[in-house]
Design a protein. Sequence first.
Length: 210
Amino acid sequence: MVCHELRRPLTVIRGAATLLMEAHDRLPAGNRTQILGLIDQNARTMADLVDDLALVARLEAGLVQVTPQTVRVGELMDAALDAVRKANPEAQVTVLQPPEISVEADPEQSVRALRALISAALQRAPEGPGPELSAEASGERVRILVALPASVTIDEPAEGGLEPFSSSEGDLGLDLFLSRGLARLMSAEVAVVSLPGGGSAFSFNLSRRV
């Protein structure tokens, strides 16, 4: 899975670079700019993947620390979406801004986990309407949802609501493995949930700060 995720942007970069070298003088300036933008975008994607792999290695070695503090959920959502769009400027994500809800969490690692969930959702819905990002509070918990279009189902959805991923570690994919590991450090949870009216979503559950 990881090799596939690394190979995808590398293939685009090599193809675009080869095209520039072989047909540079025949390409209109606008096309050259577009191809360079494609190279830059996929280089950012590869850089994010390398950073994620390094973070996974640190997670497995027990070297990642978190510093919980009070942070607004809307700020986490905005920062995660900004991080996604740096590597994928055309990412189609609908954001439903939540009310003034705060959680107790590490801001940096929460943004990383949420960014990974948004990326995972985008991979599963590459065409048509993108995922929808929202949040809701219930008692002492806050649930941030990354909902997929109703026509898209998440692999191996869990039954019975907020159940943790039940598949083997190797089947999760890098994004989901990373987000779940970071969530556990904050006594949070990443899960697959079924939505009322159909469809499914990735859920990032954090402790509410009242």
